[in-house]
Design a protein around this ligand. Structure first.
Ligand SMILES: [Fe+2]
Length: 215
């Protein structure tokens, strides 16, 4: 039985898994700044809130407070993601924001995935953290694997929920440039794709976030 990431069925026993691929570094500001080329002002930038993206079927509330998401004994390509959460003006950092992230392991499996492979624990590759006084967050994990969504693989991605007082809560996903499955995925948004660069034996990237002001 295949699954669609949009439905609420967490079971998809015919998934195949493998590691996601990554490309080299460029700034993660794609998440917050967009060229206004459509208006003939290619050199000017426009400030917009970070785009939302589907939650998918694997969210689990109450994740542990931690910034290293890799369980003991598990591996993959080390990955460090950092960024700043900004207010809607794209300039004011938001302190004490809740950043809740979750993703598949290096083989493309979630810890609450599948009826034929019941999870032995419930906190793998999930973590909550808060931004510091400068609006900064940072966590370490491994590059997520891809998983089948219907007939095609979803590109490697990390799910986010971000909340801050006075702002609209954001549910979104982070993707990585160079993933060959980005092109065929219905959910990817260009503004949510960042590049990764080499960092020791692993990868590193920046994903800045802009929250919309509460209506
Ligand atoms: Fe997912």
């Amino acid at each position: 039985m295949n699954h669609q990431d949009t439905n609420n069925n967490p079971h998809h026993p015919n998934r195949r898994r493998f590691l996601g691929a990554c490309a080299k570094w460029c700034a993660g500001f794609a998440a917050m700044w967009f060229p206004v080329s459509a208006f003939g002002c290619a050199n000017k930038k426009q400030c917009k809130p970070t785009e939302d993206n589907i939650e998918g079927p694997y969210y689990r509330g109450g994740a542990p407070w931690k910034t290293h998401l890799v369980p003991k004994g598990e591996g993959g390509v080390p990955l460090e993601i950092s960024g700043v959460v900004y207010a809607a003006d794209c300039k004011t950092p938001l302190a004490n924001c809740l950043v809740d992230v979750w993703h598949a392991d290096a083989k493309g499996s979630y810890d609450n995935d599948g009826v034929d492979d019941p999870p032995k624990q419930t906190t793998k590759y999930r973590g909550r953290m808060r931004t510091n006084a400068k609006g900064e967050y940072r966590y370490t994990t491994v590059v997520p694997g891809r998983y089948l969504n219907g007939p095609t693989y979803r590109p490697a991605h990390i799910h986010y929920k971000v909340e801050a007082k006075g702002h609209e809560p954001l549910t979104t996903q982070l993707y990585f440039a160079g993933d060959p499955y980005i092109k065929g995925d219905a959910f990817v948004r260009a503004s949510l794709v960042i590049s990764l660069y080499s960092h020791g034996k692993g990868k590193k990237g920046v994903f800045n976030i802009v929250l919309a002001k509460k209506q």
